[in-house]
Design a binder for this molecule. Structure first.
Ligand code: ADP
Ligand code: MG
Length: 714
């Protein structure tokens, strides 16, 4: 038996089960060894039927008789009934599946240990549907014998997420084989001194403990994945990942980059031309970037700031330094609309400084696009704004010195690798790489940013420009909508503009939800007939969308009905009311992004979250978080707790690491500990050359190097 062996090698796994396991991501014996139970069942206490609580789970010992199989009227399949009697009473046992199998098994004259949920039977008495049964001794004996026989079977049982139709008992037998055969040979990734300092177990012991907890295990700790065994496995995983991240960061900083001299005078002049005074945070971050760009190594820096913190101003300052040093700059946004907006914002700044700026998007006619590409290739264009296609479609730059990527949070580690030029193994040390500056739009909880961005340098833009009024937020019920529309109309008459966001583009039959398209028509004909209502959604052609957005920016459209396409980055300071319909369907972080579309000037702004009355009180309360804070980081933390990390981590394809033991929401404390230990370990063994690091090195090579785009470990 080897860790790399296919699950097909196991007893009880044929081609069919093999396929089910594989579909669930369990391909090798190692995968099974680290497939941890998602909960546990405490079968250490044997009760009697008389003492059983209705609706509760019980373990009882008794005899089974009166086994009968029935046809089920009007349905396929059969129903199996049997009678369980113990020393105190009786209950009916029922099976709707695998009836043949159980009928056969119950032929055995035995004492049975029965586990299941006790319910009131429709015709009186007790019943247990689909109990788990286990023969524990010969059929006859006194009550004392029964207890003695049962004692040997009393234990805590693991419950696994079962792939496909593999019964839980079979899944247990499958995993048990692997644990018995391989747990002993599992090597700890943690160097011994680290393991000892953190008071953790050897990994072999931890694996045995989580799959087959001993009789005296603390069930609460098991249930919360907080046993020392669980903490060991979680820590091992997080530690290796943090080592990988830090190595990647080190690899980056060894990467030969371009030293672009500081250009403080030019940046000061640019600041002075702005119609506002940059915040302290903006100055500090510009300074951090300037120092980093002046170093001869490649910069990989993330600017992490809340909505409206003014990242564009900072980005342009960085561009200035690169251009002053004689290099070109690419600014990339996730959508054409945002690219155009960045272009519009930066063009006057560029022109005031005599910089050649160009826009390159897919909707440019081919002749115009060719002209821009030529200007970029010849080096005439100094600042190019576009979508990510700028890099992905390998636009040729004469002298690219800095790549700025906006709305970075949509890109996982893997896409970043592509933007950075990845970790190509040849010529790595010799070809100077352009600096990269990533702008994240959504505040991300610290635990996640350590995981997603642990390999980057991070600058925090943690101050909103002065005079910004916090957006007042209210959660209302659908019934209050009419008054809301009156309020909007009043604002429009005063010259303001409004957004209304819907979760869907078109009417959906499956769900009774208002949608953007039909609501835009209704509102134009009804509540807002004196005004102009515009519509944008993701299924429109880019040119159509842009046309509407342009009219909205120009003030020609008063109410913009939209889907979440407007979520990121759109900047129309005259818009002061944001209404989100079916708000209960959005994550808090997403709502915060949407709310960030208003309150962008010095005018008082209002955000109204309309929740369906039919929705549970819980989801209404969840939305209330939005009323109480405007702090994106606080909201992100709340969102993470409520909805889990999926929203931030995205799919596997996005390059987010998939964990087998760790859970970033639950294990924040271990993550911090693992990170500190990882940094300390690398301090004294930076290339993982020590013998104690051998296993760690192997683990990173096997599991994380491709995810992280590490060229080589150590
Ligand atoms: P974000 O960080 O969300 O990308 P933007 O760069 O789009 O923010 O800036 C939001 C708005 O704030 C823009 O209208 C911008 O001109 C304005 N702004 C940026 N910095 C300042 C400042 N220091 N003082 C006042 N307004 C500012
Ligand atoms: Mg922005």
């Amino acid at each position: 038996m080897q860790l790399e062996d296919s699950v097909q090698f196991l007893k009880g796994v044929g081609p069919r089960r093999g396929e089910m396991l594989e579909k669930a991501g369990l391909r090798t014996l190692e995968d099974l060894l680290f497939h941890l139970p998602f909960r546990y069942e405490d079968r250490r206490t044997i009760t009697t039927l008389q003492a059983a609580r209705l609706g509760g789970e019980v373990n009882v010992v008794g005899r089974i008789g009166g086994v009968r199989e029935h046809r089920r009227q009007g349905r396929r399949g059969a129903l199996l009934r049997a009678l369980l009697t113990d020393e105190s009473g009786w209950a009916e046992l029922l099976w709707f599946h695998q009836t043949g199998y159980f009928k056969e098994r119950l032929n055995e004259e035995a004492l049975w240990l029965v586990h299941g949920r006790v319910e009131a039977a429709p015709r009186g008495g007790l019943q247990i549907v689909h109990p788990e049964i286990e023969a524990i001794g010969p059929g006859a004996g006194s009550a004392g014998d029964v207890r003695a026989a049962a004692a040997g079977f009393a234990r805590v049982l693991p419950v696994y997420q079962k792939p496909g139709e593999i019964p839980i008992a079979a899944m247990r037998r499958i995993v048990t084989q692997v644990v018995e055969g391989l747990a002993a040979s599992a090597r700890s990734v943690l160097p011994e001194p680290v393991r000892a300092r953190a008071s953790l177990m050897p990994v072999a012991e931890a694996l045995r403990y989580v799959h087959a907890p001993p009789g005296d295990a603390d069930i609460t700790l098991l249930a919360e994945s907080a046993s020392t065994a669980h903490r060991t496995l979680i820590f091992e995983e997080l530690f290796a990942l943090q080592i990988g991240m830090t190595l990647r960061k080190a690899e980056r900083s060894r990467q030969v980059g371009i030293a672009m001299a500081r250009s403080d005078e030019r940046i000061r002049a640019y600041f002075e031309r702005l119609p506002f005074v940059p915040t302290q945070a903006q100055r500090r971050v510009v300074n951090e970037i300037a120092a980093d760009m002046a170093r001869p190594q490649q910069m990989s820096r993330l600017v992490h700031g809340d909505v409206g913190s003014g990242k564009t101003v900072v980005a342009f300052a960085a561009a200035l330094q690169a251009i002053a040093a004689g290099y070109q700059v690419a600014v990339m946004a996730p959508t054409e609309l945002l690219a155009e907006q960045h272009f519009a914002t930066m063009r006057p700044w560029a022109e005031a400084d005599g910089i050649e700026i160009r826009l390159l998007t897919g909707s440019l006619r081919s002749a115009a696009a060719r002209e821009v590409r030529e200007a970029v290739a010849s080096g005439h264009a100094q600042l190019v704004v576009g979508t990510h296609a700028l890099i992905q479609q390998s636009t040729e730059f004469a002298r690219l010195g800095l790549a700025i990527v906006d709305e970075q949070h949509r890109f996982g580690v893997l896409q970043r690798a592509a933007i950075h030029g990845g970790a190509s193994s040849s010529g790595e040390q010799t070809v100077p790489r352009a600096d990269t500056l990533l702008l994240s739009a959504t505040p991300i909880p610290r635990t996640l940013s350590l995981t997603l961005y642990g390999d980057l340098d991070v600058s925090f833009l943690d101050e909103l420009p002065a005079g910004r009024r916090p957006v007042t937020t209210r959660v209302i019920r659908t019934a209050a909508r009419e008054r809301l529309h009156e309020r909007m109309a009043a604002a429009i008459r005063e010259g303001r503009q409004c957004y209304i966001v819907y979760p869907l583009v078109e009417e959906s039959e499956a769900m009774d939800l208002a949608d953007a398209t039909s609501m835009a028509e209704q509102l134009q004909a009804g509540a807002f007939r004196e005004f102009r209502v515009g519509l944008v959604h993701g299924r429109m052609k880019a040119a159509e969308k842009d046309a509407v957005m342009r009219r909205f920016k120009a003030g020609d459209v008063h109410v913009l009905v939209a889907t979440t396409v407007i979520e990121v980055g759109i900047d129309v300071p005259n818009a002061t009311i944001m209404v989100v319909e079916h708000a209960e369907r959005f994550g808090l972080a997403q709502l915060h992004q949407l709310r960030g579309r208003v309150g962008r000037g010095s005018l008082d702004s209002f955000c109204c979250l309309v929740a369906d009355v039919g929705q549970s009180a819980d989801s209404f309360e969840r939305l209330r978080v939005m009323e109480s804070t405007n702090d994106g980081f606080e909201i992100a933390e709340a969102d993470l707790k409520l909805r889990g990390p999926g929203e931030y981590l995205g799919t596997r394809q996005s390059g987010a690491p998939a964990f087998r033991a760790a859970n970033l929401v639950r294990d924040a404390d271990l993550l911090t500990l693992a990170r500190n230990e990882a940094l300390a370990w690398l301090e004294q063994d930076p290339t993982l050359a020590k013998p104690e690091s051998a296993e760690l090195r192997r683990a990173i090579e096997r599991r994380w190097s491709s995810v992280l785009g590490l060229a080589e470990v150590g």
